[in-house]
Structures are given as C-alpha cells and as structure tokens.
Design a protein around this ligand. Sequence first.
Ligand code: GLY
Ligand code: MN
Length: 339
Amino acid sequence: MNYMLKNENAIYYECAYSCDNALYLRLGSEAFFITDGRYMIDAKTYVKNANVVIATDLYAQALKILKKTKIKKIIFDPKEWSVFGFERMRQKSKIDFIPQVDFSHKKRIIKSDEELKIMAKAAKLGAKAFKHLAKEFRKHGFGKDEYTLTHFAKGVLGDFGKYDLSFDPIVAINKNAAKPHAMPTVTTLKKNDLLLVDAGLKYKRYCSDRTRTVQADKHFMFSTHQKFKHKNIQKAYDTVLKAHDNAISKARSGMKAKKIDAFTRDIISKAGFEKYYVHSTGHGVGLDIHEMPYISTKSNTVIEDGMVFTIEPGIYLPDTFGIRIEDMVAMVDGKAKIL
Ligand code: GLY
Ligand code: MN
C-alpha cells in the first residue's frame, strides 16, 4: 500500500517520532520521513522503520522521491492536507491521489496492549492531577476568577512543565458551565458555587480526558459523589451520573456505538432534560483528543475490544448551570473498564 501523511500524530503513529514540519511517505515496503534541518538530530535518533530525509521544501522532496519510485497511486486523507500543500503535490505529478477520509484514525481505532498501558497511565496521572487541583482550589481558588483558575489548572495538570496538556482546560462556574466548551470569564469562585472542570494531560503523547462537576464547598473533592444545596442542580447531577454509570456498565463489544449513546440519552430524556443534552455521549481518545469511535446517535461503528473512548453525558440549562461527568474507558474482555 502507498500513502502519504502530513498530520503530526498520524506520522508519529507510523514511525515513533514526529514534529511540526514533516511529511511521511509509505511506498510499499519502504518509508520516508521528510523534515527540515531543525529536526535533523532528533529525527535521526528517534525515527523507526523509515529513511530520514532532510529538505528545505518538503513537497518538492516528496515529489522527487515519488518520481523515482514510479508508483501510480497513493492514498491521502484530505483532512490532513492544506490546499496549498496538496496542490503542490498534485500539480507536479501524474500520480493518482486517492482520498481516504480518516485514514490514520481508522488505523488507530483499536489500541495495542502497549498503547492501552500508556493510556491507563495517562488517565491515572490525570486523575491524580484532579486531586491536586481540588487541593489547590480549596486553598487558593476562592475569590479568583476563571482566568486565574484556568491558569492554575494548566500548571497543576501539566505538573508545571512535566506534561503537555490534551487541550486548554475548561474551568467554568455556575451559569458559564451551561456552555459545554466555556471560555473563561471574570466570574470569581465563591463558596458553594457549581464548578465544572474538564481537563487532561498527555503521557508519552497519548491524551487523557476527564470532567467533574462539583459544589465548591470548603472540603470539596473532584469525586462523582456530590451533594448540591439546590434541588434542581442535584436532580440534574443525579441524572447525569446515572446516565454515565448506565453507559459504562452496559457497554459491550459487538454493540453499535449509537446503542451506547442511547444508554445515556434515554436516562436524560426520561428525566425531562432531553433538549438540554446538546452533544454526543463521547469520543475516542488516543494521540488526538478526539478520535474514532464517536459515541453518537448516528454512529454505526461496531465497538470492539481495544477501543478507548469517553463517556461524558451532560445537562446544560442556558444561563443557569451545566453538569458534565466524563471518564475514559477501554473495552477489555467485552466490557468497558474505566481507565
Ligand atoms: N473534554 C473536551 C472534549 O471532549 O471536547
Ligand atoms: Mn472529552
């Protein structure tokens, strides 16, 4: 098979190294990792199973290699390529470029044992970081606004430079939590506020992802057992937790992903919150924070052992409050195991 990759994580998956300026060619049994001189030493040290080629113009270099090997067809994922980069390749070559959307994500949908170990560790480190974060917020968080709390969260999650983050953490108070991907505001944290934190870190380039919603009292922890002073918040919280637990306990290999989505959605709908559940149940996680399989109402993907995805139901009442509880699971021996 012949294919060409431009995405950093897609390339890392093939040859154990990548950087922000690389192009990868797999041509039958031969592979080429093309980058520029800034990355020469690391590329030569870490790239596995590919020839490292240093060039100032990656596209010109790739075309040169393609010409030499005389291949006729090559697969690419249109989502990975800029129009500029793809046109550079296409205009100067007679090769048949075959689009295959999600080419690398499809290859990566089932994690190897080694990947599962790394992801379990990423999730464990993520959970530990949430514990530290609760302590920090209890001590120093009250009176601080969401900008400052987000900044704290970045430091704690990344262990102050040790780990990259999976994405910019979401720290949202009260009505700002009604936006599933809230941006920080000047709202400050007060005792007994509702506090939603969605964050993750990367371990050996693999992402973790976790969300907790809590009542920020004096002793709060980011556990799933929460008591809220407001009855309607408690009702929404208990519903989301029930939906989350239901999906995790009933998910099985061999099921379609949309059936797992229904395990959360049915509970939330029965409780009368259907229109306030504005996203899908979850998404695959790996080198990218959002990968296959997608756990949505429309997903016909058949779930298999070795897949890793999130279960993250939520209820969002505009201008009032939002709740989300998220864990990562791996399918092991036919069942979902929380990482
Ligand atoms: N936890 C962020 C997201 O899944 O989009
Ligand atoms: Mn997520």
